[in-house]
Write a protein that binds this ligand. Structure first.
Ligand code: EPZ
Length: 422
């Protein structure tokens, strides 16, 4: 098992380039099933979860090939299995996208119930509600979701909960339904828009992605295409927070600044300088911090609110801020598992249901730490980089799931971080 060894107290300085968005890639790869033709997918992040999805599609009969520049040529025409169960599938939350893609194309699917980070119960009732509204018969048996339909017919679907996964999954199935589907109370995250853009590139007719109401004209003939995934909003936010936490000066390249407005606003509120610009080719954001941050309050909300995936790294930053910060986690009911680890470093955080009260301390100190999930792992890296002394972080396989070459990127910014294979 590998672990990180980090000696903190060094200002991060320099430039980092953001990779493709994990949560867009994990939906777009299965979505290519809908067109049944070869697609070239570019700017995919080289992370564990993407590798797992590729392996799952290969196991179903799809052809998967990496081009020299790291793009993925995917030909789903050879898919001959609509049942994907087993460890690989159940370990991955995003495996639920196979439901919408297989149902949309083949009108049948059997998928192991999804796994993913332990941050709450994470039901898929809204996914199922949407598929049933389109005419699918769905049963949950033996730890798997079994879905089938004579045909899918467009429907009006109101999501009881703003759900990224349900919005994307229903969008995919609706592409294979005859007639018009309307998804109301839809999620508006950048990766929802990215998936809709990909579906339209394949010849679908999806309108309104990025707003509360998405309209899909289904039943159209789709074709293969080339598509580049957007930059990862959460990776960019993680590096912005790490730069601020270490009092650094970092240029973050290949970002879409509008996707980062919530995190930029909160960092500026804490006294950090955040500027944006473009070098004629791509946008960048520069984060500069030269004094101890002020405490700020955070409420996680669906986009464009403060993203839940940055709540944990942000708490690591606020642990050493001046004053008391309140963080309310409105999206997941159990997303504070990083707090006991931060406490080992001297953080003073009080939890009460979905609210954390962070009493800022002068500084954090290195300690032996254990990551409990992907973004908790990111939070521990941020804390260890800012802390005085040396920390170790175990269970970094969680971090490998969602961040491409993270130790190399931090090392290039001057961090003293080492990946040690035991
Ligand atoms: C996606 O998870 C992301 N994962 C998560 O990122 C992200 O935190 C989340 O969206 C919110 O932005 C992927 O895209 C693979 P939801 P998802 O459905 O789709 C409840 C990361 O770190 N809900 O928007 O599972 C649910 O319990 C990961 O990259 C239902 O009640 O999130 C949660 O409380 C972590 N019923 C809320 O909605 C449903 O059918 C939002 O969940 C579906 C969801």
């Amino acid at each position: 098992m590998a672990y990180y060894k980090i000696t903190g107290g060094k200002r991060l300085e320099g430039a980092v380039t953001i990779s493709g968005a994990k949560n867009a890639a994990l939906a777009i790869i299965p979505a290519a099933i809908l067109c049944g033709e070869s697609c070239l997918l570019e700017n995919l992040p080289a992370i564990e979860d993407v590798r797992i999805v590729e392996q799952i599609l290969q196991s179903m009969g799809a052809e998967v090939e990496h081009t020299p520049d790291g793009s993925l040529r995917l030909d789903p025409s050879g898919i001959n299995s609509y049942s994907v169960t087993g460890e690989m599938v159940s370990s991955l939350r995003a495996s639920y996208y196979l439901l919408g893609a297989l149902l949309g194309r083949y009108k049948k699917a059997e998928i192991a119930l999804p796994g993913g980070c332990a941050i709450g119960q994470r039901p898929i009732d809204q996914h199922i509600k949407g598929m049933r509204a389109l005419g699918a018969d769905i049963v949950i048996q033996g730890g798997a979701v079994k879905a089938s339909a004579e045909k899918l017919v467009g429907a009006e679907i109101y999501l009881d909960v703003v759900s990224v996964g349900a919005t994307i999954n229903i969008m995919m199935a609706a592409v294979g339904a005859e007639g018009t589907t309307i998804i109301a109370n839809a999620a508006k995250e950048p990766h929802v828009v990215d998936v809709a853009n990909f579906l339209n590139m394949m010849g679908a007719n999806v309108k309104g992605a990025g707003t509360d109401v998405i309209r899909i004209q289904g039943g159209r003939k789709l074709h293969g295409c080339t598509y580049a995934v957007i930059p990862d909003q959460i990776e960019a936010g993680t590096f912005m927070i790490a730069a601020a936490a270490t009092g650094g000066d970092v240029v973050i390249n290949n970002v879409i600044p509008t996707h980062l407005e919530a995190i930029s606003a909160k960092l500026m509120e804490s006294g950090v300088s955040v500027t944006e610009g473009d070098d004629g080719r791509e946008f960048f954001i520069r984060v500069t911090a030269d004094k101890r941050p002020r405490a700020v309050n955070i409420k996680t909300l669906p986009y464009p609110g403060f993203p839940t995936d940055l709540q944990q790294p942000m708490m690591a930053f606020l642990a050493a801020a001046q004053g008391n910060s309140f963080v309310v986690e409105n999206i997941f009911e159990d997303r504070f598992n990083h707090v006991p680890e931060l406490a080992k470093m001297g953080a003073n955080i009080h939890l009460n249901a979905r609210t954390a009260m962070i009493e800022g301390v002068e500084k954090l100190y290195g300690a032996p730490l254990v990551a409990s999930d992907l973004r908790a792992g990111a939070a521990l890296i941020v804390a260890a980089l800012a802390a005085e002394g040396t920390s170790t972080i175990r269970n970094i396989r969680f971090i490998d799931r969602g961040y491409e070459f993270i130790e190399h990127k931090f090392k290039a910014l001057g961090a003293d971080i080492e990946r040690i294979e035991e």
